[in-house]
Design a protein around this ligand. Structure first.
Ligand SMILES: C[S@@+](CC[C@H](N)C(=O)[O-])C[C@H]1O[C@@H](n2cnc3c(N)ncnc32)[C@H](O)[C@@H]1O
Length: 362
C-alpha cells in the first residue's frame, strides 16, 4: 500500500506564521520523543539518583554509576537541553535542582516521572501490531504487551495513589473509612501489580482486601508486592476478570484506572453490584477527562489519547463485550455504564490533576 501523496510546496493559502508555530511544536515533540529513551536509560542505570549526590562532570557521573563516560556525556547534554538537568559551563558540571531531584530521582517517592516514560516506551514497542490493528480493527490484550507496560504503569500510578487514596479519595466517600477501620472487606478489581491493594491493607490493618486481575503475570507480581509489604495475610490476589471475581458482601469495590480498558465494563459493573453489600460503595478511579473530544484537547488529554490508542482501546477490542470507552471516556460515559448496571446513586467525589474519582452506590 502506498502513502497518500503530500503537497511538495507550501500552498498559497498557508499562513507562514502558523507553519512556523507547527514546526516549532514538532521540533519540541521530536526532542521529547528521542529523549524519552534517555529518561528510561537514566531510570535503569540510576543516573538521576547518582546526580543527587552532587554536581558531576560526565566522567564523575560515569564513575559513580559504573557507566561509560562518552555515553554519559551525550546523555547529560541532552537532558540539560531538555531542562531535566542543569549545566554550568564554567565548571563543565551538571546538577539537579531540588525540583528535578524530587521528580526524577526517587523511585519510591511521592512523584517519580521516569515511570511515565517506562510505560510509554513499553507501549510503543507494540507499534507494528497497533498499526496493523488500525487497518483490521483487531484487538491486543494487556497481557500481550511488553513487561515495561506493567512495570511502568505501576511506577506511574503508585505515587498518585500513595498521595491521594488514603489522604483524600477514601475520606470523600460516604462512610467507607469507618467500615474499613472496623474490619470491612474491600475488593480491588483490575488491580495490576497491586499498589492500591497494598495501600488499602496498610492503611486499614483490620480490613481484608481481595484483589484480582485477568492478567496472570500481574497477579503473580501483585502477590509478591503484598508479601514484600508484609500484608500478604490480609491481601489475596486471584486471576479473574472483572466480570467474574470471587466473593460477595464487599463494603468497597474499587476499580483503579481499568474500567475504561474493558471490553465489557457493563458486565463488570453488574458483577460489582452483585458483589457489593447492600450499603456498599463502588469507587471508580478513572483518568481525568471531560465528556467531549473538545473538552480533552489539552496536555493531559493528549497523553491519555496516546496511551489509549496503544493500550486501552486495543485491550477492550480484544475482549468480548463490544465497548471500547478509551482513556478519555469522561463522566457521562462512566455514569451511563453505572446506570445501565442498575446503580442508582452516582457522584464525582474527588478530582486530582490526573484522575476523577466517582462514588457509585446500589
Ligand atoms: C491501566 S492498568 C491499571 C492497573 C492498576 N489498577 C493500577 O491502577 O495500577 C489496567 C489493568 O486492567 C486489567 N484488565 C483489563 N481488562 C480486564 C478485565 N476484563 N478484567 C480484569 N482486569 C482487566 C489489566 O490487566 C491491567 O492490569
Amino acid at each position: 500500500m502506498t502513502a497518500p501523496a503530500a503537497p511538495a510546496e507550501p500552498t498559497p493559502q498557508m499562513d507562514p506564521d502558523r507553519l512556523d508555530a507547527l514546526l516549532g511544536r514538532v521540533i519540541g515533540d521530536l526532542g521529547a520523543t528521542t529523549t524519552a529513551g534517555g529518561v528510561v536509560v537514566g531510570h535503569r542505570l540510576g543516573l538521576y539518583t547518582a546526580l543527587v549526590q552532587g554536581a558531576a562532570t560526565p566522567d564523575e557521573l560515569a564513575g559513580r554509576t559504573g557507566t561509560d563516560p562518552r555515553y554519559v556525556a551525550e546523555w547529560l547534554a541532552g537532558q540539560a537541553a531538555g531542562g531535566y538537568v542543569e549545566y554550568d559551563p564554567a565548571t563543565g558540571a551538571f546538577h539537579l535542582t531540588p525540583e528535578q531531584a524530587f521528580a526524577l530521582a526517587d523511585p519510591a517517592g511521592p512523584l517519580y516521572l521516569p515511570g511515565a516514560f517506562v510505560l510509554a516506551l513499553g507501549a510503543l514497542r507494540a507499534e507494528p501490531r497497533i498499526t496493523e490493528a488500525f487497518r483490521t480493527g483487531a484487538g491486543m490484550g494487556w497481557h500481550e504487551h511488553d513487561d515495561d507496560v506493567f512495570l511502568g504503569c505501576e511506577l506511574l500510578f503508585r505515587p498518585g495513589y500513595t498521595a491521594n487514596l488514603v489522604a483524600s479519595w477514601l475520606p470523600a466517600l460516604d462512610g467507607v473509612e469507618d467500615k474499613l477501620r472496623a474490619g470491612g472487606r474491600a475488593a480491588d478489581v483490575g488491580c495490576g501489580l497491586g499498589a492500591s491493594a497494598v495501600l488499602l491493607a496498610q492503611a486499614f490493618p483490620q480490613a481484608t482486601v481481595s484483589a484480582s486481575d485477568y492478567h496472570e503475570d500481574s497477579v503473580r507480581l501483585a502477590r509478591k508486592r503484598a508479601a514484600e509489604a508484609g500484608v500478604a495475610d490480609r491481601v489475596s490476589v486471584e486471576t479473574a476478570g472483572a466480570q467474574a471475581f470471587s466473593g460477595a458482601g464487599y463494603d468497597l469495590v474499587a476499580t483503579f484506572d481499568c474500567l475504561h480498558d474493558m471490553g465489557d465494563p457493563l458486565g463488570a459493573a453488574r458483577h460489582i453490584r452483585a458483589a457489593l453489600a447492600a450499603d456498599g460503595t463502588w469507587m471508580v478511579v478513572e483518568p481525568r477527562a471531560g465528556d467531549t473530544v473538545a473538552d480533552n484537547l489539552n496536555p493531559v488529554g493528549r497523553a491519555y489519547y496516546g496511551f489509549s490508542a496503544f493500550l486501552c482501546v486495543p485491550n477492550a477490542r480484544s475482549q468480548p463485550g463490544g465497548y471500547s470507552l478509551g482513556a478519555q471516556a469522561g463522566e457521562a460515559a462512566i455514569r451511563q455504564v453505572a446506570t445501565d448496571a442498575g446503580f442508582t446513586r452516582f457522584r464525582r467525589a474527588a478530582q486530582t490533576p490526573l484522575n476523577d474519582v466517582y462514588e457509585i452506590r446500589p
